[in-house]
Ligand binder design. Sequence first.
Ligand code: APR
Length: 320
Amino acid sequence: MARPKIALIGAGQIGGTLAHLAAMKELGDVVLFDIAEGTPEGKALDIAESGPSEGFDAKLKGTQDYADIAGADVCIVTAGVPRKPGMSRDDLLGINLKVMKSVGEGIAKNAPDAFVICITNPLDAMVWALQQFSGLPANKVCGMAGVLDSARFRHFLSLEFDVSMKDVNAFVLGGHGDTMVPSVRYSTVGGIPLPDLVDMGLTTQDRLDAIVQRTRDGGAEIVGLLKTGSAFYAPATSAIEMAEAYLKDQKRVLPCAAHCDGELGVKDMYVGVPTVIGAGGIEKVLNIKLNKEEQEMFDKSVDAVKGLVEACKAIDSSLA
Ligand code: APR
């Protein structure tokens, strides 16, 4: 059986890391597409040359021609510009919306059966626009944010309790921005919900609140340190986890920006929710129950995403 084909649209910091991870995990052959001449070709060759030492079998190709992504099983989109210090993800909207138009058309023409994972920010609005521009089925287009935000939350929690990250389960709902909702009640350490751990005296509410805030600011913390761009190792790893769930029909329960049709009170828009990812793409959105306080936070986050979608419609009348 032929290897799956993974197309990476955007061969910058995240795109290059995605290619390296996909090859090392032997998820399939990789095509790196970018408008910057030489960048995708150079990265493809460099990663291919790591194959003999690492011992993986995967072909890598760099290109500026959308025809080379033909028949891709998975497309992961990072094309666009990242944040600089002082910028919010929303500041990227105008530039990256134009990029989504060309990417959406390129995917629709050449890889209409692919499972598409968008990473470009501002995530929830860009994945919505990408689905609109590409016309692909909504369950085959999703955005990577929840896995990353949850991984950050899990990392900080594992440090707080000094336990293995493997035993920390946590998830983050809502938009991938300042209003995201790290779910304290549904997050656990070894199966024990976080509020119980406060009652047990293993941490305090204040420390937990600080971890929640650090999670919300997780992307900005990295931008502040790097100064020249935004995070790329963890974002790439998170998207690969989603791609693998699709390619191997793992039916993983992963939070991601998925199209909601009434779930959690959200109608016809993309926002971060718990999903099941398998061979059918986004096979389910888990319609979890939120309490009053969580619902208020979630609704605020949904409103922020709605504002960005309206801004997209104001910029590009074909979306209205
Ligand atoms: N088509 C294809 N590639 C494009 C296009 C386009 N129309 N416009 C820009 N690119 C390419 C750039 O040439 C660059 O190589 O997208 C790549 C982006 O790479 P980086 O600048 O290194 O950005 P990166 O850190 O990978 O982040 C990409 O993901 O997390 C988000 O906020 C982040 O929106 C940003 C995106």
